[in-house]
Each structure stands twice: as structure tokens, then as C-alpha cells.
Design a protein around this ligand. Structure first.
Ligand SMILES: Nc1ncnc2c1ncn2[C@@H]1O[C@H](COP(=O)(O)OP(=O)(O)OP(=O)(O)O)[C@@H](O)[C@H]1O
Length: 320
């Protein structure tokens, strides 16, 4: 890992950001706003080199978690440390680059001027041209920040977050407002950053991005971690599988509805779609009914469906 403040121009250094020890550590962190527990006794470690997606429905506490991580908010109780120090110390040392959802951009300056300012302020700055190029801003470097589209403004925020050689990059819903092409280019760039050993944490509502980019997914719900694992593990944790098949002749829906472990049933013409919490047992019972399903397919849920299943199950459990 680079040591804070040892390099003033990181452009020529191929930095190995691959050390031991937690990059981020939350210990029993709680943050309340009046009666709302935005973050509830959260324990969380992020490790060097991980690309981590933070998912959760609206109001789950994602932005508050990122604000606490960056020292923009103070916990009511518990501790947040970055690289074993306070968030403030880590940021002053240039170890953290952040792209926030709400951050307004300075008005009246050009893209290049704003990026230059961010580079100048970073203890381990990159050359301005390199930062502009990486963020896809070279062609609009002379444009006033006030005149940018939403997607272009997001790219400027990304440039500000990557103006220096930080070990941790934190992004709050980074691709909001970006079109598909820009979004693809953005993730390709971010992947390069991660491949150099940086730790990346991003909050998103785009579950396909989490699925494609993150090697670890955190599902936050009411300020608590509902799931923490790879996208595949999260899908498996939802525990539900999709079964689809076709049946010839009249379909006895009542008999299908009585199949064990069935959670939903959908019959369209001769096609039957079932969700089951134990697909093996459900399919076994299907044959037990003397039926001969054709084109039988059993599949796991997508991340999006797993996310919905997990958060809905949690809501139902709370209502009991
Ligand atoms: N400054 C504040 N004052 C009062 N309540 C707040 C404040 N900031 C956040 N909250 C509440 O805390 C909870 C968590 O909010 P937060 O913005 O962290 O969620 P989020 O997961 O980022 O949501 P979204 O996906 O909508 O951006 C919500 O119930 C929100 O209304």
C-alpha cells in the first residue's frame, strides 16, 4: 500500500494497493434522526481490493452509511475507522476519493479548472489531463460546469473522486443520469481502478450493475445488514427458485397450488410457472401427481428478484 503523503505526483507510479488490515471498519455504529434509526448497530469490515456494492430500498440507510464513513456525519454510538485512523485523517492523507449524490459543483468555472483544483488539493495528485481523459471529459474540458448535462456532471464528480491516487473510492449512486454507453465506459474505468488494488464501495439502485461489477454485495434494510456475500450467495440466500414447464390437457390448478414448498403459481395456457423454496421437493411431488411436465426448467432468482424477496420477507417478519 502506498503510504499517505509520500508521493506528490502519482502519475508515474504503478501503485500496489494491496495491503493487510481493514480498509473500513464499522463497529456497532448507530445513527438516529429523531425516531428514525437510519443506521442500526452496524458492524462492517471492508477489505483491501474489494469492489463492494451497497444495495437497499429507499431509506435503507445507504447514504447515511457513506456519510458516516466519510466523516460527514458522526455516529451516535460506535466507531468508524478508515485504515485504522479516523475518516478525517484518512481523507486529509488523500487515501479516500468520494463521489457523492448530492454534491453540488462549483459554478462559473470550466470543467478543466474544477478538475485542476481537485488535483491541486490532492496529496497524491494525478496530472489534470490524465484525470480528464479517464473520466471521458477531454472533449468538454473548456465547457462551463453550469452548462453540463446530468450525465456529464456525474462524470465531473467521478473525475473529482479520482483526481489523486486514493486507496479507497466511495461512490453514492454514481451512474444516475448516465446513458447506457457512458455507464458502460464508467464501469470499465472503475474496474481498472479496482484492478490496481483499490477498494471500491458504491451504493446503487441498479442491481444489474451490482451483479456485474461487485465481488461483494451488501443488502442494507432499515439500517441493518440483511445480507453480505457474493451476488451468487445473495441469490441463494433468498432461497427461492423458479420452476417452469408445460403440461398437456386440462390443468388442475388446485392440485398444483397444493404442491409442497410452492410460494407462487402462475398458469398461462399450457405453461406453468412456480416459485418454490425447495425446488427438489416440489418437482418430486409434481411427478408424484402423475403429471408429465415438458420443457422443465429450474433456475435461481436474478439478483433483483432475490433482493425483492429478501427485503419483502424481512418486512413480513417485522409485521408478526
Ligand atoms: N437529515 C435527516 N433528517 C432526518 N431524517 C433523515 C435525514 N437523513 C436521512 N434521514 C432518514 O434516515 C433514513 C435513511 O436515509 P438514507 O438517505 O441514508 O437512506 P438511503 O438508503 O440512502 O435512501 P435512498 O435510496 O432513497 O437514497 C430514512 O428514513 C431517511 O428519511
Amino acid at each position: 500500500m502506498t503510504t499517505a503523503g509520500t508521493t506528490t505526483d502519482a502519475s508515474s507510479a504503478t501503485t500496489a494497493h494491496a495491503p493487510a488490515g481493514a480498509v473500513v471498519a464499522f463497529e456497532r455504529v448507530t445513527k438516529t434522526y429523531g425516531a428514525v434509526k437510519a443506521v442500526d448497530a452496524l458492524d462492517l469490515d471492508l477489505h483491501p481490493g474489494e469492489t463492494v456494492a451497497l444495495l437497499g430500498p429507499n431509506g435503507a440507510g445507504k447514504s447515511t452509511t457513506l456519510d458516516l464513513l466519510l466523516g460527514l456525519k458522526r455516529p451516535d454510538s460506535g466507531t468508524v475507522t478508515l485504515f485504522g485512523t479516523s475518516p478525517r485523517e484518512a481523507i486529509v492523507a488523500g487515501r479516500v476519493g468520494a463521489m457523492l449524490q448530492s454534491g453540488g459543483l462549483m459554478e462559473g468555472v470550466t470543467v478543466a479548472e474544477l478538475v485542476r483544483l481537485a488535483c491541486d488539493l490532492h496529496p497524491r495528485r494525478y496530472p489534470v489531463d490524465e484525470v480528464l481523459l479517464r473520466a471521458g471529459l477531454t472533449g468538454i474540458a473548456d465547457r462551463k460546469v453550469d452548462d453540463l448535462s446530468g450525465g456529464q456532471a456525474q462524470r465531473v464528480r467521478f473525475a473529482l473522486a479520482t483526481a489523486g491516487d486514493s486507496d479507497l473510492i466511495v461512490l453514492d449512486e454514481p451512474t444516475t443520469g448516465m446513458d447506457v454507453t457512458t455507464r458502460r465506459a464508467f464501469w470499465a474505468t472503475l474496474r481498472e481502478q479496482a484492478e490496481q488494488g483499490r477498494t471500491v464501495l458504491f451504493a446503487t439502485h441498479y442491481l444489474e450493475e451490482a451483479d456485474a461489477v461487485a465481488d461483494r454485495v451488501l443488502v442494507l434494510h432499515r439500517g441493518r445488514l440483511l445480507a453480505d456475500g457474493t451476488a451468487a450467495e445473495i441469490k441463494a440466500k433468498a432461497g427461492v427458485r423458479r420452476i417452469s414447464f408445460a403440461l398437456d390437457g386440462d390443468i388442475d390448478e388446485a392440485a398444483l397450488r397444493a404442491l409442497p414448498f410452492l410460494t407462487t403459481l402462475d398458469v398461462h395456457g399450457q405453461t406453468v410457472r412456480i416459485r418454490s423454496s425447495d425446488a427438489d421437493a416440489t418437482v418430486h411431488a409434481l411427478y408424484g401427481l402423475g403429471l408429465y411436465p415438458r420443457n422443465l426448467e429450474v433456475a435461481g432468482l436474478g439478483l433483483e428478484q432475490a433482493f425483492v424477496a429478501l427485503t419483502e420477507a424481512e418486512e413480513e417478519a417485522r409485521q408478526w
